[in-house]
Ligand binder design. Structure first.
Ligand code: SAM
Ligand code: DTB
Ligand code: SF4
Length: 331
């Protein structure tokens, strides 16, 4: 490819913050020799963060299953028989028990997930009370509740919500293969409502759904070309759940997974890049490479929303062996 990479890459100490990445530029980053890409990602990481610190978040499913959307990866969709038991919105007292546990285990952010397509106003009111309670404990708050109206986003901000997670999941081109009950623009509209309400954006995707490397590049390009970069970019490895259409999906090449983390770091230098779902089936060495490539956030705790995450002692050993310390709260 005939591109002057030097003009698009960071000089040591000065990260490049751009919102006009072209398809060719992003693909050229993906195609760099692995060591060169990692060097660029590490240089960018160091310019913005202490590379030996990782932000720790904990997830809780506050409303489980029965979702009307047909996301092909999701165990919580009512379209698929995954054997998951649906549960109504959790009461505040139960959420606070879990939040205190998260705090004691060293997490700085508490993320609450609900299997809604789009919450009703009274659902948002109930979640606002949960957010206020969790915030009072001194944790950063994050929620992922589906599509929001601008007024709902404003209400959550007022209750003390720091982050809203709403993933683009994949490239605009591949999206229709994975979800038919909403479109890409719906996601972009909610992201804009969250931003306009003054909340921080957590937005990323999933690898391993049968997409191509070009889709990885287009997902990251879409994220980096948003008017503001998301503060948090979760990169999930598909957790294959029996009963979902993607239960037998071919695994993503682990080297391509690391490249995706590295390109996310180069394109969005100041974002927390989260090594998100899928760690349980990754080797310690693959996770270590992801941290070297610029990942600096993980979910801690033995459960994600409905699927499992590495055991606490395995994570402690891994972080200890890598000399990684928890990042202090930033909100
Ligand atoms: N219903 C809301 C929504 O879709 O925005 C919030 C909850 S939803 C479970 C949050 C995110 O979890 C999805 O956007 C998707 O990226 C991720 N996710 C769900 N199932 C997954 C799986 N099996 N493997 C990896 N990530 C998954
Ligand atoms: C994100 O990108 N990954 C998390 C969080 N945001 C909400 C969710 C992962 C869910 C994995 C499947 C499950 O446990 O249900
Ligand atoms: Fe519903 Fe979210 Fe799962 Fe899609 S990812 S089925 S919207 S819970």
């Amino acid at each position: 490819m005939d591109l002057n990479l030097e003009s698009i890459l960071a000089q040591p100490g000065s990260p490049v913050i751009r919102h006009d990445w072209s398809r060719d530029e992003v693909e050229a980053l993906f195609e760099l020799p692995f060591a060169e890409l990692l060097y660029q990602a590490m240089t960018t990481h160091r310019a913005c963060f202490d590379p030996s610190q990782v932000q720790l978040s904990t997830l809780l499913s506050i409303k489980t299953g029965g979702c009307p959307e047909d996301c092909a990866y999701c165990p919580q969709s009512a379209h698929y028989k995954t054997g998951l038991r649906s549960e109504a919105l959790m009461p505040l007292s139960d959420v606070l028990v879990q939040a205190r546990r998260a705090l004691e285990s060293g997490a700085s952010r508490f993320c609450m997930g609900a299997a809604w397509r789009s919450p009703r106003d009274h659902d948002v009111e109930a979640v606002a009370a949960l957010v206020a309670g969790v915030k009072d404990l001194g944790l950063e708050t994050c929620a992922t509740l589906g599509m929001l109206t601008p007024a709902q986003a404003g209400r959550l901000k007022q209750a003390g919500l720091d982050y809203y997670n709403h993933n683009l999941d994949t490239s605009p081109e591949f999206y229709g293969e994975i979800i038919s009950t909403r479109d890409y623009q719906d996601r972009l509209d909610t992201l804009a409502a969250v931003r306009d309400a003054g909340m921080k954006v957590c937005c990323g995707g999933i690898l391993g759904m049968g997409e191509t490397p070009a889709d990885h590049a287009e997902l990251l390009r879409t994220l980096a070309n948003l008017p503001e970069h998301p503060e948090s970019v979760p990169i999930n490895m598909l957790v294959k759940v029996a009963g979902t259409p993607l239960a037998q999906a071919d695994p993503v090449d682990p080297i391509q997974f690391v490249r995706t983390i590295a390109v996310a770091r180069v394109l969005m230098p100041r974002a927390m890049v989260r090594l998100s779902a899928g760690r349980e089936t990754m080797s310690d060495e693959l996770q270590a490479l992801c941290f070297v490539a610029g990942a600096n956030s993980i979910f801690l705790g033995e459960k994600l929303l409905t699927t499992s995450n590495p055991a606490r002692d395995r994570d402690e050993r891994l972080l200890d062996r890598l000399g990684i310390r928890p990042m202090p709260v930033t909100a």
